[in-house]
Design a protein around this ligand. Structure first.
Ligand code: XIL
Length: 378
């Protein structure tokens, strides 16, 4: 199987329904970043822009749905395609929340990517003890999950994060670590051994040879010793997989950036070049930008820093050939950066790391993305 050929399959799917023009856009030219749509601006340059979506807001909040209709050519379910959502009890699958997103996307001709078939989080409570019952049992559970999920979504999800976050964080890092091994210590690793990544990829390819298979990872973007080590570990994993002819088409770079860490284009670009030399496509899958308590008090200053970082990161990736970008949500209103205690700002302020603020006003980050997609001329 030629993974380059498969990697090209996705962009060939065209939007059957145009991205909605926002009210603001009336009379504005498509080329002006104000009043257009990130999805449209990107598409003019052969780039796909999308965002993580939460079905419950899509159904209940017209402003939320309108922003996704305007800006997102591609959707990824933020929760609905994870194990906890899809298989809350062993053998009982609940695809209704995912189906609602698929229907919304289908009606508007939007692409949907899948996230995630193997991950150590968002596991239903029954899964970890079941995996611990032995290798054969664990393999059977993974096979059954893929059988059901991949056949169910077959005609609509053409692109899956098969394994999410397999790499261990380096010891001494400021993120939770799992020892010094290359692979993160997870219930999947413990049940199936280090070959679980390869096993999952083979299972997915076997069930649908036309899927684009992705390994998705975080903490590999910035100019820190930890990120450099994590990049090295990921490259070693990928080299081993490709040497064994494992089916793999792309690497997803999550892009959960933190302003407190330096971002330098050169090492990141070199990493992207290595991935592409391996014949892998690269996607930015979960972009958002975190501040710390040291962030300035002034809102405009905060937004400018976030926008500047978004522009530097996205334009570096574009230059290195990345053609798919997703932000992890569109607005600060529903962002995990605000909702999740582990990542929320501790000083009472809310993160402002996405293109829209909590009242759906476009922020400088929206304009920075538009400008990057337009090649810096927006
Ligand atoms: C997060 C969601 O945004 C939250 O709503 C959920 O509670 C936990 O997961 N990396 C990933 C995503 O791959 O799946 C995570 O999403 C964010 C970090």
């Amino acid at each position: 199987m030629d993974r380059r050929r498969l990697g090209l399959a996705l962009p060939a799917l065209l939007l059957s329904t145009p991205l909605a023009r926002p009210a603001l856009a009336q009379g504005a030219s498509l080329g002006s970043s104000l009043g257009s749509s990130l999805g449209l601006l990107a598409r003019e340059r052969g780039i796909t822009f999308g965002a993580a979506v939460q079905g419950r807001f899509l159904a209940a909040d017209p402003a939320y749905a309108a922003a996704f209709a305007t800006d997102a050519a591609l959707l990824v379910p933020e929760w609905e395609a994870k194990w906890a959502a899809l298989q809350p009890e062993e053998g009982r699958f609940d695809t209704a929340p995912l189906d609602a997103i698929l229907a919304w996307a289908r009606q508007r001709g939007r692409l949907v990517r899948g996230h995630a078939l193997v991950w150590h989080e968002a596991m239903p409570p029954w899964l970890e003890p079941a995996l611990a019952e032995g290798r054969a049992r664990a393999e059977g559970l993974l096979a059954a999950h893929m059988d059901r999920v991949l056949s169910h979504a077959r005609n609509q999800i053409r692109d899956w994060d098969v394994v999410n976050e397999p790499i261990a964080n380096p010891a001494g890092s400021d993120v939770p670590q799992a020892g010094d091994a290359m692979l993160r210590d997870t219930p999947w690793l413990r049940a199936l051994g280090p070959g679980y990544v390869e096993m999952a990829l083979r299972m997915a390819r076997q069930r649908d040879p036309t899927l684009r298979l992705v390994i998705n990872e975080y903490g590999i973007e910035e100019d820190t010793p930890d990120a450099a080590e994590k990049r090295r570990r990921l490259l070693a994993l990928l080299r081993g997989l490709l040497e064994r002819n494992t089916p793999l088409d792309a690497v997803g770079i999550q892009g959960h950036l933190q302003l407190v860490r330096p971002f330098t284009p050169a090492p990141f670009a070199a990493f992207l070049a290595e991935l592409r030399q391996m014949g892998l496509a690269v996607l930015v899958t979960e972009l958002d930008i975190r501040e710390t308590a040291q962030a300035p008090q002034d809102m405009a200053a905060r937004d400018a820093l976030v926008a500047e970082r978004a522009y530097a990161f996205v334009s570096t990736a574009l230059e290195a050939g990345v053609r798919t970008f997703l932000t992890w949500g569109l607005s600060d209103r529903e962002s995990w950066l605000v909702k999740e205690p582990a990542v929320a700002l501790k000083d009472g302020r809310a993160h402002r790391g996405l293109p829209y603020d909590e009242s759906w006003q476009r922020k400088p980050m929206w304009t920075a993305l538009a400008r990057a997609f337009q090649g810096g001329n927006g």
